[in-house]
Design a protein around this ligand. Sequence first.
Ligand code: CA
Ligand code: CA
Length: 316
Amino acid sequence: MRERKTSSPLCFLFGAFLLLAISTSAVAQRHADTVVMFRPGSGPGIGREAAYFPNNVLGLPDSNARPTVPSVDPVQILSLGLGGEIVLGFNAPIVDGPGPDFTVFENAFFYNLGGKQRTFAEPAAVAVSRDGVSFTQFPFDSVTLLGCAGITPTDGRANPFDPTISGGDQFDLSTVGLDSVRYIRLRDLTGIVLNNSAHPFWDPTLTSFDLDAVVALHTASPGNGNADTGAISQPISLQIGRDGQAVVMFQVSQQSQVRVRLWNRLGQQSEQVVDATLPAGIHTVPFHPAAGSGIWFLTLEESGKLVATYPFGVMR
Ligand SMILES: [Ca+2]
Ligand SMILES: [Ca+2]
């Protein structure tokens, strides 16, 4: 996928083919390893988590989450915004094993309204893909919300890999007839509840799906002879030193015309960081972005071809 030819990185923000490059470790992990694409939706709260993105959706669910006290910690939670979507990548393929194969953790919670227990649910549709291009969506019921993510509270005290006690919403690849996937897409559906005051989950304070984490319950041969055990290269990244100085670090595969550009989340170019013929190897350039708070993307191009994208957050 990374070799895909793209005439302009501009379009990537809006396509499901955006390739990404954030890796938290070279070791096979059972939670999401990368944010491949994030297209924020609308509404309040979007972007306040920018300083913590993408780590707030990688890793394990917030251990402080409780079924009646949801996590609202921006270090842990990313609001997608109404209609927003995100694609997560897994270094180790998720495979179809017995029962559910992955769990999506959101910050749904139980509360009382008129003496009745209800669930505060901000649902999302879930889709999976082998290649990050072609996605298959899990079926869901727009009234009961069964089949959506974001409807079952998290118990952060429990083992997140034990779906019988962890909470969150489980998905079984056999439901969509796939035996192995490496990408999961979540698309906010809160509007179907919020825009219908007769909906059983209606609550005027709903905003949008708040992603905490996705963990894999079944992965392909973790640890041995799998592609996932090799280091995922990170061709471009932002490194912040202890003195607070930032540099863009990037790797050039062969001598070529190299461009590094900064984009906002709308796909508008904000800054050209590098435009030069450079030799193969690892390069660094000081980075003093005028970028304001929000989510930004650095792109690396060699001879006009998009090599990698690096999303990061800024909070000022
Ligand atoms: Ca299964
Ligand atoms: Ca989290």
